[in-house]
Structures are given as structure tokens and as C-alpha cells.
Design a protein around this ligand. Structure first.
Ligand code: F6R
Length: 251
């Protein structure tokens, strides 16, 4: 293996999620004890589900409070209202926010219904909110089969910021079952840029299953290139991959 990113391979996703959830709970406590809120960057999709399950469990056991946590989600589909079940706003409520003590005013997700003429200002304001919160302490990532982090599809520059992006055909195909057919999958999204993500102080990328093994290998050991935006993580000071045995099977 020649990769420069630390890789932790676990027997299964439950164990990986449990480990990272305990680490994040400790980080939140340390930051809160220093007298400020912890700022988290969050992801959606299938990958974080067991991780959010572990965070909820820790909260229920009294080991983790989100009272002093501010969150920024990576992305949102354009054209979906927040009450659409496949919107990332609805996803986050269902899978995490409704089950923990996070104040509603601390949640930030790009608005998928922003009108075209207001889109640029909305994206700039999102960046400004992240800056005003003091930057992201911990960024959670999944990886798409195109190598995307957030929805930074191939060709997304290293310095890109929050903006409107066009979804790759592979990404839309992967989302088709959840939307009940390709024709229902939005073509565009708003996504934090690679530059936005890389400014997070600590980054954890999760990947499960054999379908991710090739792109995980490419991101870790291939060239740093805008054709695989996860490869930019090779240049980050504190990024770690948390994999199950199958996602790590090609390393
Ligand atoms: C989600 C996101 C995407 C997903 C990626 C993997 O907010 O930004 O980068 O992390 O598409 O999706 P799943 O986890 O469904 O395989």
C-alpha cells in the first residue's frame, strides 16, 4: 500500500460506526469543555446510517449531547422541497435530528428550492455561515462510485466552493431505486465544494461493501486529481478512511 491517508479496516460497518461514534462523542465533549460549540459537517446517503444509529444510541444512553453542536450538511438536491422524503433535509430529520437534542436553529442544509436568481447568493451565504461558526471541526464523508465527496463530480476543482452542480449519470443511476426510477432523480444539486470540505480540521470518510472497493483504492493510492475528488484527501492533514473488510478488500 502506498497511500498517505490513514486507513482503518473493521470486520463490519457496525464496528466501524461504533468506533467513530465514540471518537466523535469525545471530540464534541472536548470542544464543548473548551467553551464553544462543536461544528460538524454531515453527509447523507446509505453509508452514514449505522453511524447515525450509534450517535442516537450514545445520546439515549446519556453519553452524548448535541445541545452545543452546529451542523452543516454537504449537499441538497435542487428542486426538492424540504418535506420531500428524498430531500436531504427530510433524511437528516428522520435519521438523526429528530432523535437527539440538537437545537433547530443550529442545523444548516442548503435550500433545494432556492430560486435560480438567488442561488449564487444562497451558496455564498452558506460559506459565510460556516466561516462565522468558526469553520468545521469534523467533516463526515461518504464516497460515490465516481469518487465524489459531497456532490463534487469528476472535474470539480480542488478550490471549488458551495455551488450548483450537475449530477453524474452514475450518481443518478445509484439514486434511482430510492426515487422509484431514474426519471425522478434530480439532475442538479447544491454542494459544498472540494475547497470547503478540505478546510475542515478533521475528516472521516466511511465506505462499506464491495461496490466501493475499486474507488476507495483509487482515491487512496491513485494520483491526486480532480477526476476523483476524494483523492484530494491525500493532501489533508487529518483525514482517515473507515472501511469495512469488503470496501478495503482491494488495498
Ligand atoms: C451525501 C453525499 C455523497 C454520498 C455518496 C455515497 O451527502 O454527499 O457524497 O456520501 O454519494 O452515497 P451512499 O452512502 O448512498 O453510497
Amino acid at each position: 500500500m502506498t497511500e498517505s491517508i490513514p486507513v482503518r479496516i473493521f470486520p463490519d460497518r457496525t464496528e466501524a460506526s461504533r468506533t467513530l461514534a465514540l471518537e466523535l462523542a469525545a471530540l464534541i465533549r472536548t470542544i464543548n469543555e473548551s467553551g464553544r460549540p462543536a461544528v460538524l459537517g454531515l453527509a447523507t446517503g446509505r453509508t452514514p446510517l449505522p453511524f447515525y444509529g450509534e450517535l442516537i444510541r450514545l445520546h439515549r444512553e446519556g453519553q452524548l449531547s448535541f445541545a452545543k453542536v452546529i451542523t452543516f450538511n454537504l449537499d441538497e438536491y435542487l428542486g426538492l422541497p424540504g418535506n420531500h422524503p428524498e430531500s436531504y433535509r427530510a433524511f437528516m430529520r428522520r435519521e438523526l435530528f429528530d432523535h437527539v437534542d440538537i437545537p433547530a436553529e443550529n442545523l444548516n442544509i442548503p435550500d433545494g428550492m432556492v430560486p435560480p436568481e438567488a442561488l449564487e447568493a444562497h451558496c455564498a451565504a452558506y460559506e459565510e455561515l460556516i466561516r462565522a461558526a468558526g469553520g468545521i471541526d469534523f467533516q463526515l464523508l461518504g464516497i460515490g462510485r465516481t469518487g465524489h465527496i459531497g456532490f463534487n463530480e469528476p472535474g470539480s476543482p480542488r478550490g471549488s466552493r458551495t455551488r450548483k452542480v450537475e449530477l453524474d449519470p452514475i450518481t443518478r443511476q445509484d439514486a434511482a431505486p430510492a426515487f422509484g426510477g431514474l426519471e425522478n432523480v434530480p439532475e442538479y444539486a447544491i454542494s459544498m465544494g472540494c475547497g470547503t470540505i478540505l478546510e475542515a480540521r478533521r475528516i472521516a470518510l466511511l465506505a462499506w461493501g464491495a461496490a466501493k472497493a475499486d474507488i476507495v483504492k483509487e482515491a487512496l493510492t491513485g494520483p491526486v486529481t480532480d477526476q476523483v475528488s476524494a483523492s484530494f484527501l491525500q493532501e489533508h492533514q487529518d483525514a482517515t478512511f473507515y472501511l469495512d473488510a469488503e470496501a478495503g478488500s482491494k488495498l
